[in-house]
Design a protein around this ligand. Structure first.
Ligand code: NAD
Ligand code: LMR
Length: 390
């Protein structure tokens, strides 16, 4: 049973540790799975150093072959939610998976619960069951909301999704106040500031615990660069900074590992393809939604990294859109962050030093758009508050 559960993680584990950064590897592959599973056994042993109750619980759980983290997915019956739930059911770091949606989630929960991995699965339907889905959650992942159709921008989703994120994050503040929150719902550039403002008003804001999930930009950048330069996928690591919409997505090809020489044309083509990859899929799906499978994969990778951070694993790095001071005029910015026991342990600003001319120009150019998206999210919560008072 343990072997079956951990073997499946070869898809979903993304060790990105300092030594790997140095040698340029950031893989999501079978080779590194063995490192991940041995990490799990190793870290369970280390838990003896923690306070008695926690240590005892962890060791028993580890012997039983199951993880110890509770994960809630809000929007679990959607295009992203379903495959993401399946991937999390395969994680050896997770003990319980709570699937919440406004509709159709009990079938998803029943279906996934038949997979013979140790993660316990439960479905929660409708607003009256939202609190139950959140109780005791260590991480809450939010893919709830509408996706794009051809011809729409991500900002066109704001009017619907801002309200959904507001409502769900209010519930997280009330029922899982210490949880890490992973926001997938678009437009991430604005929904994360919405979440931050909601949490501030609830007295539950810890900037280390709030993330906009931008991992898909990194996954795409790694895939496209590997294909263009003929590099082994497992070795490629491209940091992607800025935001998660169009030209606010800035892949730093000058910082890609392994070091590769890109022509100016390659830089322009790769950057444009990474920035427009969402639109590429929205158009290919022709009205049936946006990226779901690769997004589930990316969200599982980011969740795995976050859980490894919570678990005390050293040197876990991923790019994410977080509260940040690396660009002073942008209170939220995606860059590589170090993940630890409390969430963000460090925002790595050093990758913004020594940019190519192209990247430096693109960074300047994205600032007004990203700032406007952040301000829009903040203003939305203020307006809602004022409307509620009148
Ligand atoms: P979908 O329509 O297939 O699924 C959304 C789910 O959310 C549905 O099951 C729906 O019932 C549920 N939902 C709606 N309102 C809810 C509420 N108040 N509470 C709980 N659940 C609710 O959409 P999808 O393809 O899964 O995409 C979801 C979101 O993720 C979209 O906003 C999309 O743009 C975004 N997205 C983000 C990224 C990223 O990189 N961050 C990538 C792809 C998609
Ligand atoms: C993506 O990057 O694919 C998502 O943000 C969805 C979209 O509509 O672009």
């Amino acid at each position: 049973m343990v072997a079956a559960a951990t073997a499946t993680l070869s898809f979903a584990s993304v060790p990105c540790r300092k030594h790997q950064l140095r040698r340029g590897a950031n893989a999501f592959n079978a080779q590194q799975f063995s490192a991940s599973s041995s990490h799990w056994q190793h870290s369970a042993t280390l838990k003896w150093g923690l306070p008695r109750l926690r240590a005892a619980k962890r060791v028993i759980v580890a012997r039983a072959g199951a993880g110890s983290y509770k994960v809630a997915i809000l929007g679990a019956a959607g295009g992203i939610g379903e495959p993401l739930s399946l991937l999390i059911k395969m994680s050896p770091l997770v003990s319980a998976l709570r699937l919440y949606d406004i509709a159709n989630v009990n079938g998803v929960a029943a279906d996934i619960s038949h997979c013979n991995t140790p993660v316990e699965v439960a479905g929660f339907t409708g607003k009256e069951e939202l609190a139950g889905s959140l109780a005791g959650a260590d991480v809450v992942v939010i893919p709830a909301g509408v996706p794009r159709k051809p011809g729409m921008t991500l900002d066109d989703l704001f009017s619907v999704n801002a309200g959904i994120v507001k409502e769900l994050v209010e519930a997280v503040a009330d029922h899982a106040p210490g949880a890490l929150i992973h926001i997938i719902s678009n437009p991430v550039n604005s929904t994360v500031p919405v979440a931050a403002e909601v949490l501030k008003r609830k007295g539950a804001y810890d900037p280390r615990k709030l993330f906009g999930v931008t991992t898909l930009d990194v996954v795409r950048a790694n895939a496209f660069v590997a294909a263009t330069k003929g590099l082994p996928l497992a070795d490629v690591d491209v940091p992607v900074v800025g935001g998660h919409a169009g030209t606010t997505i800035l892949p730093l090809l000058s910082k890609a590992r392994p070091k590769a020489a890109f022509t100016d044309a390659e830089v322009e083509e790769l950057t444009a393809r990474i920035q427009n990859a969402g639109t590429e899929v929205v158009e290919a799906k022709a009205g049936a939604g946006s990226e779901t499978l690769s997004m589930a994969y990316a969200a599982a990778r980011f969740l795995e990294a976050s859980l490894r951070g919570l678990d005390g694993d050293a040197d876990v790095y991923e790019c994410a859109y977080v509260q940040s001071q690396v660009v002073p005029e942008l209170p939220f910015f995606a860059s590589r962050v170090k993940l630890g026991r409390e969430g963000v342990e460090e925002v790595v600003g050093s990758e913004l030093r020594g940019l190519s001319e192209y990247e430096a120009r693109a960074l300047e150019a994205l600032k007004p758009q990203l700032k406007a998206s952040i301000d829009k999210g903040i203003a939305y919560v203020q307006q809602q508050e004022e409307a509620a008072l009148n």
